[in-house]
Design a protein around this ligand. Structure first.
Ligand SMILES: [Zn+2]
Length: 431
């Protein structure tokens, strides 16, 4: 059981790092820059009668990685969790919410999405489902639509898909540029993203911009030069699509190294469509995450097991391209930290549903329900190098998803069913 400290925020509480809409960001800002009396809310709330609480704290509850507590309660105060444990031992609070025997899990941490785009690719999907293979070139369709869109259109799209994700329990998300591919359009995408989350990734190296089709070296020079200078102030991360038809290992290394020199931390689209150098490059550069990891050699798995880099699996992409699944079981058995995310984008994975990805991972990738839920919460947090989200322990953000089910296992057991019946983000009920 977690220690009860209802009115104290642990000294080690991480710095706020809000991933929220503007209103919530403003509330967060107030909460951290003015006295508590002026913050959005410092009232304490007890959520009790929780049949099964996933804390992701192995020292809690059943001692499993999920730290599962039965007949549990959570106390939130302001934007933080301040107590979790057996409901019969919960401290007194200002407010009380009856979970009515439902399960509570940490808000999902979607560490990989591409939400700043315009247009859609219904026709491409329809054609692919009729037998045409996926190639990286489809990205150009979205690049053209995104460049043609107004700021307002891009903003409206991001807002719409974030609301969609929130309704499905996602409280933290990363999102990327990568559909602009000019200095102005990449910087614009990052500004739009940064209005909604701090987990913003510069992906100028998604594909070689069409204007540079005959001069990929010139495009790499732009991505590592003028474009990087314009984008770095708006981003935390730098990413590259290391793949045949996109960027090779040497180009990826140059791009990520240039980003690191500007203070951006690397993450890589690696080994999605074919074997390649991306995963081992990710480990070598201490990337937070190697994303996709569908085609791995034993040496790739060994490298991941020996480093800090998280393997982020994105089964929405394999689903939507009818591709072979990544082998989560092989990675887990090797001791690799695995995250599950949506890869939400209009081409290869147009889903914002983490529960859907959990169900796929359990059905087709060899994960247990417990492992899949962990990977979509604590795993996603690890892929963002965060310890203040993806868990429900004192000091963490009060990001909770209430399921209309008695157990987190129902996320895989009842695929396609909208089980999310409540969401708290930063201590406020938002669904
Ligand atoms: Zn992606």
């Amino acid at each position: 059981m977690s220690p009860g400290r209802p009115s104290a925020r642990p000294a080690s509480a991480p710095e706020p790092d809000p991933t929220a809409d503007q209103a919530t960001k403003d509330a967060m800002s107030n909460a951290t820059t003015v006295s508590p009396a002026h913050s959005a809310s410092t009232a304490s709330t007890l959520i009790t009668n929780i049949a099964a609480l996933v804390t992701n704290d192995p020292s809690s509850g059943d001692g499993s990685p999920l730290g599962l507590v039965q007949d549990a309660a959570v106390v939130i105060e302001g934007d933080r969790v301040v107590w979790t444990g057996d409901q019969s031992k919960a401290p007194a609070t200002d407010n009380r919410v009856d979970a009515e025997g439902r399960a509570v899990v940490p808000g999902f941490v979607d560490s990989h999405s591409h939400l700043v785009f315009a247009g859609d690719r219904t026709q491409e999907f329809n054609a692919r489902m009729s037998g045409r293979p996926y190639s990286a070139g489809g990205i150009r369709t979205t690049v053209a639509a995104t460049r043609a869109a107004s700021d307002r259109e891009l903003e409206a799209n991001v807002t719409r898909y974030l609301a969609e994700a929130l309704r499905q329990g996602t409280t933290t998300f990363e999102t990327k540029s990568g559909y602009g591919l000019t200095v102005e359009d990449e910087a614009r995408a990052l500004r739009v993203a940064a209005a909604h989350t701090d987990e913003v990734t510069y992906l100028g190296a998604h594909i070689v911009a069409p204007e540079f089709a005959e001069d990929p070296a010139g495009y790499v020079a732009l991505v590592t030069g003028e474009m990087l200078d314009a984008c770095a102030p708006h981003a935390r991360w730098i990413d590259v699509f290391c793949e045949k038809g996109a960027f090779d290992g040497d180009q990826a290394r140059a791009i990520l190294t240039a980003g690191k020199a500007k203070g951006l931390h690397p993450r890589i689209h690696a080994n999605q469509l074919s074997y390649g150098p991306g995963v081992q490059l990710a480990v070598e550069l201490d990337a937070a995450s190697a994303d996709h990891c569908t085609h791995l050699t034993d040496a790739d798995v060994d490298a991941l097991a020996g480093g800090r880099t998280v393997a982020t699996l994105l089964p929405g992409a394999e689903f939507s391209t009818r591709a072979a699944w990544p082998d989560a079981r092989r990675l887990l058995d090797a001791g690799v930290t695995v995250a599950l995310s949506t890869d939400c984008n209009p081409g290869s994975s147009f889903t914002s549903s983490v529960p859907f990805c959990i169900a796929l991972a359990v059905r087709d990738m060899g994960m247990t329900p417990d492992e899949a839920v962990w990977s979509a919460t604590a795993g996603g947090a690890a892929a963002l190098r965060r310890d203040d989200v993806g868990r429900l322990t004192p000091g963490a953000y009060a990001d909770l998803t209430l399921l209309d089910a008695p157990s987190h296992v129902h996320l895989a057991y009842r695929p396609g069913v909208p089980l999310v019946s409540g969401v708290w983000r930063r201590g406020e009920r938002v669904v």
